[in-house]
Structures are given as C-alpha cells and as structure tokens.
Write a protein that binds this ligand. Structure first.
Ligand code: ADP
Ligand code: ZN
Ligand code: ZN
Length: 769
C-alpha cells in the first residue's frame, strides 16, 4: 500500500529496539510502500545474518549511520495498532530502572504471536479451524492410505491437538482445505469460525463455563452484599480520588477487600464508559477464582469478552488474543499475574494489586522487576488511582502509608456477619516432650486431638508446612552419609510417591538407593518431614479422614490445582495439607482449624526479611480459618512459644509487628530506609565469580555518584553451587535512590567489559539477599 508521501516528506529512518542486552537502538531505512512509520510499531529487520522482530521507538528524517551500512526494514506489522507513547515510556522506565536494554524489556513483554512475523497477517483476523469429533478420532489416521504421507501428517496433527486452524493445516498439506472439508462431510471434524475478540470467550467457553460453575457452586450465590461502614468508606475514598492516588487497603483476612475492588471498579467503569482497569493477583491459581467472581458480578453490565485474564498458564493463542483485547481497548478489566503489569492498556484508569506484599510480584529472572512497584509507576504516569490490598502489607508500603504518601484505608473486621478472626494457640513442643506426651510423625498430641475433633464435627482442617516432598533428605545413621545433589551444594529431597530423590535446585533425579552408597548400611532413613510424609501420617492419625495434598508436585499438570481446590470447596476433603499454595487468598468456607508445622525454621534466618515473610504467611494461612461464621482455631507448633513474632500473631497484631520491624530496620539501616542493589556473578569456579565481583567493585571508584553508595564485600550465595555453576554476589546500598541509580547506570559499560564469568546480572531492590 502506498501512503502517498512525497519524497523528502517521509521520515525515512526508524530507530528500532531489539531483544538484545545493549541499550542501543538500531537505525534502519524505512520502505516507502508500506504504512507510514510510527513509534510503537513492530517491524521485521535484518540483524547480522538473521531476521528479527524489533520495536520502532523513533522515526527520523536523518540517520548518522553511513548510507551504505543502513539496511532496510523488511516487514511491518500493520494489523495491530502501534503501542502507545505511554507504553514505550513504561518500557523505557523499566529498562532504565532495572538496568536492562529497552528491547530486552519491551519485546519479551509481548505475546509470542506478535513476535512472529508469519502470524502478523492473521492477528486480528477471524480464526477458522476444524475440531476433531469422536468419529474422526476413531477413523483417523487409520482410514488413510499408507502412502499418503502428507495427508497422514495432517491427520496426525489434528489427532494430537484435537483441532487445527486452517492456516496451520495449509502449511502441512497444500490441499488441506479441500481435505478437511471432505472430512467434515464424513462427520469426522466440525468447522468453526471465530471472530477476533469473540475468540477469547469462545475458545475454551465450555471449559470455562464448567470451571466457573464449579467454583461458583461451591461459593455462596452471587449476590451483591450490603457494604460494611468500613468498606463504604474505602470505596468512597477511592472514587473521590482525582489524579494519581495510591491507596493502601489494609484489611484483615476475610474483611472483604475483593468487594471493595469490585465496587470501586463497577463505579469507575460505569462513570467512564471506555475506561480499563488492571487487577493483579500474586498466583496463577487465584486467577480462576477471581475471574469467576468478576464474571459473575459484571455479567449484566459488561460483555463476556470485556474481562480477560493474562498469565503464563494460558495457551499461547489465548494469551495473544487476551493481550490484543487489552491493547485494542476491547477488554475493560484485565486480571493477571505479575506479567500483566506490562500489558498495553491504552485507557487504563485504575490499578489494583491484591496481596501486594506477596514476593511473587517480584520477577526472579531476566528482567527482575517488581510488578507492584511498576503498578505504582504506571498509576503516577497516567494520573490514576492504584489500590494495594493486603492483610499484611509489605514494610515498604506500610512505611509509605506511615509517612502519608499512600492513603491508608483500614478494614479491621471480618465482612461476613458472625465471622471473627480465629483464636491462635501455640503448642509448646519442648513442654510436650518434657511431659512425655506422645507425638506422631511430628504431629503433637493436641494437634492430632483437634484434627480428630474437627473431623468428627464434619469441619475441614488445613495443615500448612512450607516444604514439599516426603523428607528434606535421606541419611545413613551408621556413617553420616546424607544424600546430596552431584551438581549442587544442596541435599536432594526424598519423593516417596514418585520413588525418587530429586534436587529442588536443578531437577537432578535418581532412584532411591536400597542401602547407603558409602557403607552399605541398609537402614538408611528419611530425615525431617515434608508434605508427602505428613499426608501419609494423617491417614493413620485421623482414621477415615479424606486427606488431600496441594503443593507444586501434586499440581504439576495444567488445571490440576483448580480441580483440587474445587474438591476442597465442594467439601470432598476433610484435611488439606500443603505449602504456601494453600495459604494465599482462597476463600474456604468450611475450614475451622489451621495447623502450622515447622514454622520455627524461618525464625532465625540470616535474611532480614525472613520475619516479615513468615509473619505474612502465618497471618494468611490463619486467615483461611473461620471465614464463614464457624469459629476458627489456629494451632502453631513451636519450640519458641515466647518469640515476639508468635505473640504478635496470637494477637493478630500486624500493626505492632510492622512498627517494631520498622524500628529495627531503621536502627540497622536496612530497607525501606536504604535502597539496595545486587550484582550477581556465576562462574565455573567460586574464585572466578568472586574475582569478577572484586574487579567490578574496583571499577566503582571511577564513578562519582558511587561516593554515596556503600559497597559490601563479595560473598558466596548460601547455596553456592547450582548445576555445577558457582554463584556469588556483591551488595550495594545507598540512602539515595538517585545516587544508587546513577551509579548502576554508569557502571554498566565497565561491567560489560569484564570477562571471566558465565553470567552476571544486576538486581535492583532485591528481595532475597
Ligand atoms: P479478603 O480478601 O479481605 O480476605 P474476601 O474479599 O475474600 O476477603 O471476603 C471474605 C468473604 O466476605 C467473602 O465470602 C465475601 O463474599 C464476603 N463479604 C465481603 N463483603 C461482604 C459484606 N459487606 N457483607 C457480607 N459478606 C461480605
Ligand atoms: Zn552409611
Ligand atoms: Zn541439583
């Protein structure tokens, strides 16, 4: 298509960001016979000997690159509207702040379909596809002649995927369209055509409906409750906000924070008929529950496809369609996990970050961003409200509220009439032992008694243990051998149902040895306890109880977590055992007892954030008890019943705990009173990693702003070796965020010039030190 610019008028050059560590933009000539160049467009460009996809960041009439060296853009994605200037600014901010290349941030943030030029032509096109029917599954590919290999490939692809889109089919067989049509006549396949946008709703409509119905069947009927006074006040403050307005919604577990989001969003979307909202949740497993609640609530006011989800569990096609629905403004509410914070939302008018304290908002590889912090930045950029909700706000956010920078909205009571916060009791394991009271596989007498009693009353219990597997390792009493990973400086975890020893750091796996590999002793035994072992113990400790385990191992298959949680909601489980997966966000209606095992491990960690994290986890898991009016009890087994953290927990005293922690952090000069960054290095040897860090530290002396930055000694990581790679880190700290940022920025060229390690990376505002 010629857009009719005269020569000289066309900005003939574009500066393109590529998914590449260098912060440079690359100049290309822009062809005259395609739509006019605009920032935010995706283009295909030659790079070295390959073709890559890039993002146009600037257009210009000039280029400093000599004409002979300039290459030309080879394709333009015109099906999809360009990304907005504001989105480019967001990507540029994230790249600058987290010390990455712009393209390294922007391109991976896009769905795969946009980074594949072969699919550009069909991005917004209706999708045509054939779905395999039962008769087809029986007939294909056996009914085809042996020799018809291309046809058989086509049939196999259809059998494997259950469906085939027409374009994909054509690439497998030139006459695919006619063939599929004849199969349709034979009753083997069905034809479907789905308009863009409708697709997201239609694709898995059946599955989704079944899922939502399942979830809703087990939660109370959809009714709009009368807001409590506290909720009303919170909603009114949010709606009264004009411009950038950060809110910290501090609400105890079960206080109805979700209802506050729903009301505020409903009012906003009604007030502004095109406005969009972004709602972030920390865990993929929470998105179906949220989606069901949101769909039910907005069924009458929003079209079915106006609510979409974005998370890494979506099939690629669905993720692309949902992303495009957000990008084109069709989606009004986007529900997602941390990656959704980088979605393109041209009319974004409000952001919600539920459970804002959750470490899952921090991306732990590649671009190590905080989705919560970027949410705040986006809200400021756009001048809109952002609501951070939590029963245990991060100390960073709490401190902002203490200083009056965030408006605090408090919900101090549970929302459901009769529901009160559970009673927390500590079980003193030392005293149990002194008095010679029996315990069974780590379950103390009082805990077992309480589990039995709850079971007899027909109520559910939940046991929280933050350690998956059967036992943390396997050991030999005779010679002291302990099963370790050959590739990591870590023990391997015993997995009994899977009959394996497995390394949780690198995935190394082996069979369980019958005898000690060092001394031949056949009495090797599991050491310590994980969720699998507790699950096994419960079946004999509470005879007849239906026990279910939910952890990363029991939910590996797609959709299985959802099915397991549905069983809990449906009352088909008496005792639920699990890791932090069961602690977060779930609105269980029939849980009256929560047991906490092995929490002591985290009390004396060297990580200064460990108490904050433990307290949040315990409040969250305790919060699963007594939500619907059944009186709830929490039993915590501990050797340190006098520890201040447990006392604060027993009083549900987040405020006291947070203020005490903040005072300690202030005295110790720790975040949020200072800003930190880490340089991590991975080498073939520890010496290589430490040597790299020492040289890097040396290079700081040439940087003026580094005078206001404290540089600590390079140290090995706690688990120093993973996959035969040795890891070490260097901590930088400053009271001035600007000085730290300036230093990190000026440091980059020196870091890039250093050699001798396999990888290095900078992490800003690290959570694990
Ligand atoms: P939180 O996220 O604060 O832990 P939820 O939003 O899950 O709490 O709400 C807890 C329960 O209270 C839910 O079952 C919800 O339907 C119910 N609820 C919320 N607000 C009200 C209200 N105003 N009146 C009655 N029930 C409510
Ligand atoms: Zn031995
Ligand atoms: Zn390993």
């Amino acid at each position: 298509m010629n857009v009719g610019f005269g020569p000289g008028l066309i900005p003939a050059f574009v500066r393109v960001a590529l998914d590449h560590p260098l912060p440079t933009l690359y100049d290309y000539r822009y062809p005259a016979d395609v739509p006019a160049p605009q920032p935010g467009m995706l283009v295909r460009v030659p790079f070295g000997r390959r073709d890559v996809v890039g993002l146009v960041c600037e257009v210009s009439a000039h280029s400093d690159v000599p004409a002979g060296k300039l290459r030309e853009v080879s394709a333009v994605c015109s099906a999809c509207p360009p990304l907005s200037a504001q989105w480019l600014e967001l990507a540029a901010f994230a790249a600058g702040y987290y010390q990455r290349g712009l393209g390294e941030v922007a391109l991976p943030a896009l769905p795969q379909a946009l980074r594949d030029p072969s699919r550009w032509g069909r991005l917004l096109a209706p999708e045509e596809r054939y779905r395999l029917l039962a008769a087809g599954r029986e007939a294909l590919p056996a009914a085809l002649p042996e020799r018809a290999q291309a046809l058989r490939r086509l049939a196999q692809a259809l059998v494997d995927a259950g469906e085939l889109d027409v374009a994909a089919a054509r690439s497998l067989h030139p006459k695919a369209a006619a063939t599929l049509e004849s199969w349709r006549e034979a009753g083997w396949v069905a034809y479907e055509r789905v308009e863009f946008g409708a697709a997201s709703a239609a694709e898995s409509a059946a599955a989704k409906a079944a899922n939502a119905a399942q979830i809703l069947a087990s939660t109370p009927p959809v009714r709009v409750p009368v807001l409590s006074d506290e909720q009303t006040a919170a909603v009114e403050s949010i709606l009264a906000a004009r411009g950038f307005a950060p809110f910290l919604l501090y609400g105890v577990t079960g206080s109805g924070k979700t209802e506050v989001y729903l009301r505020a969003l409903a009012a906003l979307l009604e007030r502004e008929p095109h406005a969009q909202a972004l709602v972030l949740v920390p865990e993929i497993n929470l998105t179906p529950q949220f989606e069901a609640v949101f769909r039910a609530r907005f069924a009458a006011t929003l079209a079915d496809d106006a609510i979409v989800s974005l998370h890494s569990g979506l099939a690629e096609g669905e993720r692309a369609r949902n992303w495009l629905a957000a990008h084109t403004g069709r989606a009004r509410i986007v529900l997602g996990t941390r990656l959704a914070v980088l979605a393109s939302l041209p009319r974004l008018a409000m952001l919600v970050v539920d459970e804002e304290h959750d470490p899952a908002y921090k991306q732990q590889e590649g671009l190590r961003y905080s989705a919560r912090d970027l949410s705040i930045w986006r809200a400021r950029q756009l001048g809109v409200p952002v609501v951070l909700g939590s029963a245990t706000p991060s100390l960073e956010s709490w401190w902002q509220a203490e200083q009056g920078r965030y408006t605090r909205l408090a919900l101090e009571r549970r929302a459901v009439a009769d529901a009160v916060l559970p009673t927390v009791k500590l079980i003193d394991l030392e005293e149990e032992r002194r008095r010679g009271r029996a315990s069974f596989e780590g379950l103390s007498g009082p805990l077992v008694a309480a589990l039995k009693a709850a079971f007899e009353r027909g109520e559910q219990s939940l046991l929280f243990l933050n350690r998956r597997g059967y036992a943390p390792t396997l050991a030999c009493d005779a010679c002291g051998w302990v099963a370790g990973c050959p590739r990591c400086s870590a023990y391997v975890v015993l997995h009994k149902p899977e009959r394996a020893l497995r390394c949780h750091h690198c995935g190394w796996e082996s069979r369980i040895p019958r005898s000690c590999p060092d001394c031949g002793n056949v009495d090797i035994a599991p050491m310590g306890r994980g969720t699998q072992r507790i699950e096994e113990a419960l079946t004999s400790a509470v005879p007849g109880a239906r026990v279910l385990r939910i952890d990363a191992d029991s939910t590996r298959r797609k959709g299985s977590a959802q099915a397991l949680f549905s069983d809990v909601h449906a009352g088909e489980v008496d005792i639920l055992v699990g890791t932090q997966m069961i602690a977060k966000g779930h609105d269980f209606q029939r849980v009256s007892l929560v047991g906490v095992l092995n929490a002591d491990n985290a009390l004396f960690s060297h990580d200064f954030r460990a108490p904050e994290r433990l307290f949040a986890q315990l409040i969250q898991v305790s919060g699963r008890a007594g939500r619907a009016g059944l009186p709830g009890t929490v039993l915590v087994q501990t050797r340190y019943p006098r520890h201040a953290l447990y006392h604060a927990l027993a009083r549900h005293d987040y405020v006291g705990f947070a203020n005490a922690q903040l005072a300690e952090r202030r005295d110790a000069h720790l975040p949020p009173f200072v800003y930190q960054a880490l340089l991590r290095a991975e080498g073939r040897t520890l010496e290589a990693a430490l040597g790299f860090l020492a040289e890097a530290a040396g290079a700081l002396s040439a940087i003026p702003s580094a005078g206001r930055v404290t540089v600590y000694d390079a140290v090995p990581l706690t688990i120093v070796k993973v996959m035969n790679v040795h890891r070490a880190q260097l901590l930088l700290e400053s009271q001035s965020r600007a000085a730290l940022q300036a230093t990190l920025h000026a440091w980059q060229p020196a870091l890039r010039a250093l050699r001798g390690v396999l990888r290095w990376s900078v992490e800003v505002d690290p959570l694990d030190i």
